[in-house]
Design a binder for this molecule. Structure first.
Ligand code: KG4
Ligand code: ZN
Length: 340
C-alpha cells in the first residue's frame, strides 16, 4: 500500500543561512539554502545584517523550496521552524514568517530546537547512509556549537559536554584570521594542513572537565606564537603556512577525539553521530575512521548538506513531532538561548 503523503515545510533562520525544505515521510523533496555572503568582509556574522538579509531572502527561498518539491502550499500538512537557539534578530524573521504562513493556510505550527535538529538530521533517508541506533552519542561541531549529547531516543537527549567559550568552528576561523586567511578559514586550514607536518609546532590542549571544551586559549596561544616568530622572521607565516595549519588542526582534532573517548568511557556507548560544518574536516574524518578500526566504534556522518545549517533537518524534526502530535501554540516566541 502506498504511504499517505505528508508534506512538511521546514524553515531555518537561526544564524546566517536562510533555508527552507520540504520533506515527505523522511524523504527530502527540496532543500534550499541562501547563504549570506555579506558577512565575509567583516570576518564574522554581523547580527543586524543577518536579520535584514533573512527578511529579503525568506519569501524567495520558501517559494523555491515549494517549486523544487513540485507541490502547492495548499498541500502542506504543517510548518516547522527553528525557535532557537540562535541570534534573536534572525530567529524572529523565521518565527514570524512561519506563524503567519501557518495561520494563513490553517495548518499546525511546529517549533524546533536547532541543536536537536542537527542530531535528528541523521534520520533523513539518504542513499548509502544508515541512521544511528539508540542510544548513541552525538557530537555537534560548527561555527556556533560544540556539544556532546547522549541521545536515548528522538526527544530524550542529555547534553553531557559542551564548550565553555568559543565553538570549534570559531577556533578554526579565528586562528585562520591570525594567519591572514579569509573568513571562514576552517576549510582553508584543512586544505593547507593536508600538505604540512602536524607535529612541527606543538600547541597545548586546554584543560577543562573531561567532556567539556575550551578553545579561547588555543586562539591566544597561536596569536602569541605567530607574533613571536614574525618578530624574528617577517615571512614566518607564509614560509611555514602548511606546517602551522597542520599543527593547529592536529591539536583541535586530537582534542575533539580525547573528549569523545572520555564520553565513550563514561557512557559505554560506542555509536557516534557527527554533525555541523566542522564535520567536513578531513582530520576529524580520518580520526573517526581510525577509531572505527581500532576501538570498534560505529560512526555516522550525514551528507554535507545536512551537516551545515539547513532546513531539511528542521523539516525532519517537524515530521517526527507531527506524527507524535507535538505542536506549538500560536503565541510561541523565538528563544535565543533555548536548551536541548
Ligand atoms: O554548520 P556551519 O555551516 O554553520 C554554523 O556555524 O552553524 O559551520 C560553519 C563552520 C565554520 O566555522 C567553518 O570554518 C567550519 O564550519 N568548517 C570547517 C571545514 N568546513 C567548514 N572547519 C574545518 N575544516 C573544514 N573542512
Ligand atoms: Zn547549526
Amino acid at each position: 500500500m502506498k504511504q499517505k503523503d505528508c508534506y512538511i515545510l521546514g524553515i531555518e533562520s537561526s544564524c546566517d543561512d536562510t533555508a527552507a525544505a520540504v520533506i515527505n515521510n523522511g524523504l527530502v523533496l527540496s532543500n534550499v539554502v541562501a547563504t549570506q555572503t555579506i558577512h565575509e568582509e567583516y570576518g564574522g556574522v554581523v547580527p543586524e545584517l543577518a536579520s535584514r538579509a533573512h527578511q529579503q531572502n525568506i519569501v524567495p527561498v520558501v517559494h523555491q523550496a515549494l517549486l523544487k518539491a513540485n507541490i502547492d502550499k495548499k498541500q502542506l500538512r504543517a510548518i516547522a521552524f527553528t525557535r532557537g537557539p540562535g541570534l534573536m534578530g534572525s530567529l524572529l524573521v523565521g518565527t514570524s514568517f512561519s506563524k503567519s504562513l501557518a495561520m494563513g493556510l490553517g495548518i499546525p505550527l511546529i517549533d524546533v530546537n536547532h541543536m536537536q535538529a542537527h542530531i535528528l538530521a541523521h534520520f533523513i533517508k539518504s542513499e548509502g547512509q544508515t541512521s544511528p541506533s539508540f542510544p548513541f552519542l552525538a557530537l555537534t561541531i560548527s561555527g556556533g556549537h560544540t556539544q556532546i549529547v547522549k541521545v536515548s531516543n528522538y526527544f530524550d537527549m542529555d547534553v553531557i559536554g559542551e564548550t565553555i567559550d568559543d565553538a570549534v568552528g570559531e577556533a578554526f576561523d579565528k586562528t585562520a584570521k591570525i594567519l591572514g586567511l579569509p573568513y571562514p578559514g576552517g576549510p582553508l586550514i584543512d586544505k593547507y594542513a593536508l600538505l604540512g607536518d602536524p607535529r612541527r609546532f606543538p600547541f597545548t590542549k586546554p584543560k577543562v572537565n573531561p567532556m567539556d571544551f575550551s578553545f579561547s586559549g588555543l586562539k591566544t596561544a597561536v596569536l602569541y606564537f605567530v607574533q613571536r616568530e614574525v618578530k624574528k622572521n617577517p615571512d614566518f607565516v607564509s614560509e611555514n603556512l602548511n606546517d602551522i595549519c597542520a599543527s593547529i588542526q592536529f591539536t583541535i582534532v586530537d582534542y575533539l577525539m580525547d573528549k569523545l573517548k572520555n564520553a565513550v568511557k563514561e557512557t559505554g556507548i560506542k555509536e557516534i553521530a557527527i554533525g555541523g560544518g566542522v564535520s567536513a574536516n578531513s582530520g576529524i574524518r580520518a580520526a573517526l575512521k581510525e577509531a572505527e578500526a581500532n576501538n570498534g566504534w560505529i560512526t555516522h556522518i550525514p551528507k554535507f548538506e545536512y551537516c551545515t545549517d539547513n532546513a531539511a533537518m528542521i523539516a525532519m524534526v517537524g515530521e517526527l513531532k507531527f506524527k507524535t502530535g507535538q505542536f506549538a501554540a500560536n503565541d510561541v516566541v523565538a528563544q535565543a538561548r533555548l536548551k536541548i
